[in-house]
Design a binder for this molecule. Sequence first.
Ligand SMILES: Cc1ncc(COP(=O)(O)O)c(C=O)c1O
Length: 397
Amino acid sequence: MTQLPVTRESEQKLFFHNYARLPIAVTHGEGVWLVGDSGTRYLDMISGIGVNALGYGDPRLLKAITDQAAKLIHASNLFMMQPQFELAAKLLELSGLSKVFFANSGTEAIEAAIKMARKWAAQSGNTEKKEVLSLSNCFHGRTYGAMSLTAKAKYSDGFEPLLPETGMIAFNDIADLEAKVSGKTAAVFIEAVQGEGGIHQVSQQFIDRLKELRLKHNFLIVADEIQAGCGRTGKFFSYEHLQADPDLVCLAKPLGGGLPLSAVIGSEKVADVLSYGNHGTTFGGNPVACAAGLAMIEAIHEDQLMHNAKTVGDYIRKELEKMAVKHSQILDIRQYGLMIGVTVQREAKYYVEKALERHVLVNATSVNVIRLLPPLTITREEAQQCLDTLDEIFTKE
Ligand SMILES: Cc1ncc(COP(=O)(O)O)c(C=O)c1O
């Protein structure tokens, strides 16, 4: 077999032009390092957009994947499979909730949650209860329902018409929340810490009022934990910092240990919402992905990675705060465990390029936010290398 050149030119020829890929081809990874085809090692502060919680090459994860792959790669949900049962039980134990549905990607978990919310609302007998709300600046995905809930027009421009009876509440604006929710509201979707929106936490006051209004109007609170969940913020679910008490929880990204897997976890209130054939997917809850996810969650607990996320994250914030005194380009720093956003004066893309030249991978979000989502395994010394690189870039700018 001839090997195709993995270059920008062939990328342009082969693919639709929907990804702005970095100009490097990667071949493998080791710990927090991603290795390019030239052998260059990059310090990875992106971890596959918040997926690779254990970094690269964790032997427990590899063993879980290879053992399960040797036994059974796929059978479909026509059958019962041990790894799905184990992971579902673990997610129920961690969340205190009642039921699990597995899918393959974040956006599919959101679609399932929208469908569950509408079905639950229909079962309430109120024929007007259909409205699904989200918060300004949010990101929930790119399929039709998820895109209809996603704030920024750049994701939906040209794809209209969007899902009807959706709407947006201004982020952390209690007056707007009070004005928007009503008896017609089926669900309010929140990210306890917004990721693509630039790393912003929902306020405790907003959550408290949302819970009061749920009592009054009877709607569901859906926590999108796709980016902030699985330990990244220092707790397994980022809503735990706010006691948000959601009815539905969406998980994805790290859930499959790097393999495609997502989940919707639901409370007793929605436990009976679906019936046979109502919803489903051929690949959802793939046994290899579930075995990987279980190994990933066990490793997070065994290695106290939530504690590491908190301590290394706190360290990065303190060092960035010191840097901000020296460098006026840094306008704001927001940090929740290892979910870190640094607002800068110019487009964050500039820093992505400069860091890449120095073999450090950082990400830009919300135009002028440098986002750091390293593996939860990162040490203080490895984090220091990223900090030194950013300091050098700010100094030379
Ligand atoms: C909070 C949040 N929700 C949903 C999604 C969509 O997930 P996926 O890209 O797996 O469809 C993302 C992806 O970045 C996300 O960050």
